[in-house]
Design a protein around this ligand. Structure first.
Ligand code: NCD
Length: 342
C-alpha cells in the first residue's frame, strides 16, 4: 500500500504531488463508503482523534467529527472557551496533555499562522492543519480539488478564478499551491486593498476585473469577506464591494459553459455572490461540503496507516526517530514516549 511521506498534514505548499494524488484517490473510495447505506467501518477502531479548534467552525469541525465516526475512531472536542487555554495554558502544554492521553491524531485550527508547523515536531501525534490564521487550509483545498476532479474529470489544464478577500484567506493560499502542483492555473481577483503582499511570488495570476478574471474559466470560486480579521475598512461599503467584486450572472456567463460555481462557506449572501448564484444549477457548493467528509476520512485513514506501518518496531519511537530525525538536531524533543504506547 502507498504511504504518505509525512507524519502530519500541515499545508499543501509542502505536500508532494504524489501525496495529493494519494489523498484524492483515497477520498473517492471514502465517498463510496459515505454514499453507502451503512457508513460505519472499523479502519480506525481503537484510535483517538482530538479536534482542537480555537476558531469558529461548522463544516470543517463537523466533517472531521463525522469522518472519525464513520471510520470507527474515538473523537473528542476541545475549544478555547471551556478549556485551560482560557487559564493561559500554552500551546505546547495543551498539545502534550492531549498526546499523553494516548491520542493518535490532533486536528488543529489556530488563529496564528504557522502554529501547526511550530507544534508538529514536538509531538508524536499526527497534526492535521484545519486552518492556521491567514496561512493555509489544506483540507479545504483538497476537497475543492476533489470536487473539481469529480465534476470536470481532471485537474490538469483547468483554469480557476478565485474571487474575494484573498488578503485574509487561507483557502486561497492552499488552493494556489494545490491546484498549481496538479497542473491547473489559478487567477486571483480582489480589490487592491485585499490582495496580500507577495501574491505575485506565488504560482497564480492577479487580475483586477471580475469579468476578465472569469473569462473562459472552468471554475469560479468565491472567497468570504472576512470582516472578523479586518482591522480597518478595506472597501468603502458592502454595497460597493458587491457591485464591483460580487460574482453575478455576467461573471458566470463570461466563464465556460457549465463552469463550476464554488465557495468554501460560510457565504455572505449578497456580498460574495447573490443567493441565486449560490443556488445556481452550476453551483457545487453543497457537494463541496459532502466531499469534505470524504477528504477528511481519507486523510485520517492515510495518516493512521502510516503510523501503523512505522510502529512495527519495539514501540514505534525508533521508526519515528529514523523518519524525522528526532534527537539529531537542536529541535530534538527529549520527552519520553509513554510506556503504554505501541
Ligand atoms: C474557511 C475558513 O475557515 O478558512 N471556511 C471553511 O473552513 N469552510 C473559509 C472562511 O471562513 O471564509
Amino acid at each position: 500500500m502507498a504511504i504518505l511521506e509525512k507524519k502530519d498534514l500541515l499545508g499543501l505548499r509542502d505536500t508532494s504531488v504524489s501525496d495529493i494524488r494519494l489523498i484524492l484517490d483515497t477520498a473517492f473510495t471514502m465517498r463510496q463508503i459515505l454514499d453507502s447505506p451503512s457508513k460505519k467501518t472499523a479502519h480506525l477502531a481503537g484510535k483517538s482523534v482530538v479536534l482542537f479548534f480555537l476558531e469558529n467552525s461548522t463544516r470543517t469541525r463537523l466533517s472531521f467529527e463525522f469522518a472519525c465516526k464513520y471510520l470507527g475512531a474515538n473523537s473528542s472536542n476541545i475549544s478555547g472557551s471551556g478549556s485551560s487555554i482560557r487559564k493561559g495554558e500554552n500551546l505546547y502544554d495543551t498539545i502534550k496533555t492531549i498526546e499523553v492521553m494516548a491520542s493518535d491524531m490532533i486536528v488543529m485550527r489556530h488563529m496564528q499562522s504557522g502554529a501547526p508547523w511550530l507544534i508538529a515536531p514536538q509531538t508524536h501525534c499526527s497534526i492535521i492543519n484545519a486552518g492556521d490564521g491567514m496561512n493555509e487550509h489544506p483540507t479545504q483545498a483538497l476537497l475543492d480539488m476533489m470536487t473539481m476532479e469529480d465534476k470536470l474529470g481532471k485537474l490538469e489544464g483547468l483554469e480557476v478564478a478565485i474571487i474575494g478577500d484573498a488578503l485574509h484567506s487561507r483557502v486561497v493560499r492552499s488552493n494556489i499551491w494545490g491546484l498549481s502542483k496538479m497542473g491547473a492555473k489559478v487567477r486571483v481577483c480582489a480589490p487592491p486593498t485585499m490582495l496580500p503582499r507577495g501574491l505575485d511570488g506565488l504560482p497564480c495570476e492577479v487580475i483586477a476585473d471580475v469579468r476578465e478574471a472569469c473569462e473562459g474559466v472552468d471554475v469560479v470560486m468565491g472567497l468570504r469577506v472576512q470582516l472578523e480579521r479586518q482591522k480597518s475598512a478595506l472597501f468603502p461599503s458592502v454595497r460597493e464591494y458587491a457591485h464591483f467584486f460580487g460574482i453575478d450572472h455576467e461573471a458566470i456567463q463570461a466563464a465556460k459553459e457549465n463552469a463550476l460555481i464554488m465557495h468554501p462557506g460560510p457565504c455572505n449572501h449578497g456580498v460574495e455572490m447573490p443567493t441565486e448564484i449560490h443556488e445556481h444549477p452550476q453551483s457545487v457548493i453543497h457537494e463541496q461540503v459532502t466531499n469534505g467528509v470524504a477528504i477528511r476520512m481519507a486523510i485520517l485513514f492515510l495518516l493512521q496507516a502510516r503510523r501503523n506501518a512505522l510502529s512495527n518496531d519495539l514501540n514505534g519511537l525508533a521508526a519515528l526517530e529514523a523518519a524525522y530525525g528526532f534527537g539529531k538536531g537542536p529541535i530534538s524533543n527529549p520527552v519520553e514516549q509513554p510506556k503504554y504506547r505501541r
